[in-house]
Design a protein around this ligand. Structure first.
Ligand code: ADP
Length: 204
């Protein structure tokens, strides 16, 4: 079965970490963040984000899982989009998925190490995905840990780009989104998000 938005717990920060926090509390963002552990293809939200490759024709990892769950119509629509550049995002229907839309974004390949270019591209993925969601009036969006699988971006660095970019987007557009869900698949990623969420979404 699928997991409905109402069944995805809201993440609420614990107090006492204000000295390490990188941002001030924004009470308008209360109850807009979730950390979900599991398969993104099960989420019945407005949009799930796919960590795709430039061809948009499917691949391994989360991309393969999304295409398998959505069915062949997804690949057909993707084939009409003429690919996608690194850092950009394109939207399709969800077909057999419980999610209404899939937002396909292409993360940077970081196997040669992370420099300013990779860092900016990863931030663009999160920002352009959120912008694409709001253009379609999608109010709940779930992200996988973009680039941290096959593309080799160190997860302990990627988490900061993910959280900072979502925080900054929500500061400016909190009225456009009800929930942003960080969907982690690996226990190590869950730990990283639990450690770092309070720095970007502090309680005080
Ligand atoms: P990339 O090529 O951008 O690195 P990957 O799919 O290889 O993309 O990995 C991105 C992240 O997606 C990894 O953390 C991986 O563990 C995770 N992942 C793999 N399958 C799923 C899934 N079904 N749901 C959510 N996350 C997934």
């Amino acid at each position: 079965g699928s997991v409905q938005l109402n069944d995805i717990p809201v993440w609420t920060p614990t107090s006492g970490l204000s000295e390490q926090a990188r941002y001030q509390r924004n009470e308008k963002l209360d109850r807009k963040i979730s950390l979900y552990s599991g398969d993104i293809t099960k989420l019945e939200v407005d949009a799930i984000v796919n960590a795709a490759n430039k061809t948009l024709l499917g691949g391994g990892g989360v991309d393969g899982a999304i295409h398998r769950a959505a069915g062949p119509m997804l690949k057909k629509e993707c084939a009409s989009l003429c690919g996608c550049e690194t850092g950009e995002a394109k939207i399709t229907c969800g077909y057999g998925l419980p999610a209404k839309y899939v937002i396909h974004t292409v993360g940077p390949i970081a196997q040669g190490g992370v420099g300013e270019e990779e860092r900016r591209a990863l931030r663009s993925c999160y920002k352009n995905s959120l912008q694409t969601a709001t253009e379609k009036a999608a109010r709940s969006v779930a992200f996988p840990c973009i680039s941290t699988g096959i593309y080799g971006y160190p997860p302990e660095q990627a988490v900061h780009e993910a959280l900072a970019t979502v925080r900054e987007y929500l500061d400016a557009h909190h009225d456009k989104l009800d929930r942003v869900i960080f969907c982690v698949f690996l226990p190590a990623d869950k730990k990283l998000y639990l450690q770092n969420l309070p720095l970007y979404f502090p309680a005080e």
